[in-house]
Design a protein around this ligand. Structure first.
Ligand code: ZN
Length: 284
């Protein structure tokens, strides 16, 4: 498995893994005075191990906390190399992981995954261990080290357990999958709440930061959140219009947004179906 990657410098003591196709998701970290806080591990344990080694070598400090932003496999499967650190997430994250640990993510299920994808490099699946977070929080949690701190927020939105991290002294925000930078977002998870997601965008916009590390896509600025928020609002209105006209989710007139008119994209289709059901249920 090719796990060759570089850490991108995002702030003075903030780094990230950005847009490495083979690693499946972004990850990042900030070095405080005496320890490192990492945000997401990437999907594959060998890459996650290399990520931790690079961090500890670069800063000469140990990783003490790993925030897992939400329950999707590309953010959870790589946790094992960090299991001796304090693994943090929202209370709902622990519940979501626990629910899957012995079912869709059981050793047997992962073995089936390998058998069903014989052409893919799936050896890394042998190293996957499903880790339950050791520290759970609701609302807001502050990780402090001397004068510096990292703020964690449970905002929900992309999933009900979605969290993000804010580093005020570095003016950096780690958004997890609340931001798919410069692409159409995956907003079709069964627990996705578009209204809470938009609230999370508004809260993020109220914070003082310059760089945003997304769960997927390149590092962006606040303007990308504004763009996404405007699109979400327009899509919400279009969805409600299709519901009012008593038409199905296929009738939603999607505003132009990063290839949103690609009718063949299963990701967009699932998102529209979910929003349609979500707002229809909200009306009932
Ligand atoms: Zn996700």
């Amino acid at each position: 498995m090719n796990i060759d990657f570089d850490l991108e410098q995002v702030g003075e003591r903030t780094v990230a893994i950005i847009d490495q196709e083979n690693l499946r998701s972004n990850a990042g970290a900030v070095a405080l005075e005496s320890f490192i806080v990492a945000i997401d591990p990437t999907m594959k344990p060998p890459a996650a191990r290399a990520f931790r080694q690079k961090l500890e070598r670069q800063f000469g400090l140990p990783v003490k906390f790993l925030l897992v932003t939400h329950y999707h496999a590309d953010h959870v499967f790589g946790v094992a190399p960090f299991k001796d650190t304090c693994v943090v997430g929202s209370t709902e994250l622990a519940a979501s992981i626990l629910k899957r640990k012995d079912t869709e993510w059981s050793p047997k299920a992962l073995e089936r995954w390998k058998q069903n994808n014989p052409d893919e490099d799936t050896g890394w699946l042998d190293e996957v261990e499903i880790i339950i977070p050791t520290l759970s929080f609701e609302g807001r949690l502050e990780i402090r080290d001397g004068d510096q701190f990292v703020e964690l927020y449970h905002g929900g939105g992309h999933t009900s357990c979605s969290t993000y991290a804010y580093v005020p002294h570095e003016k950096v925000l780690f958004a997890g999958d609340l931001m798919f930078a410069e692409s159409f977002p995956y907003a079709g998870d069964p627990t996705c709440d578009p209204d809470r997601w938009m609230d999370a965008f508004r809260k993020m916009l109220s914070l003082d930061f310059e760089k945003l590390v997304p769960g997927h896509g390149p590092v962006v600025g606040k303007d990308e959140i504004e763009k996404h928020l405007a699109f979400f609002e327009a899509l919400r209105d279009a969805t409600k219009e299709a519901i009012r006209a008593d038409e199905g989710s296929e009738a939603i007139r999607i505003p132009e947004f990063y290839g949103s008119n690609d009718e063949k994209s299963p990701w967009i289709k699932v998102t529209l179906q979910h929003w349609y059901t979500f707002y229809k249920d909200a009306e009932a």
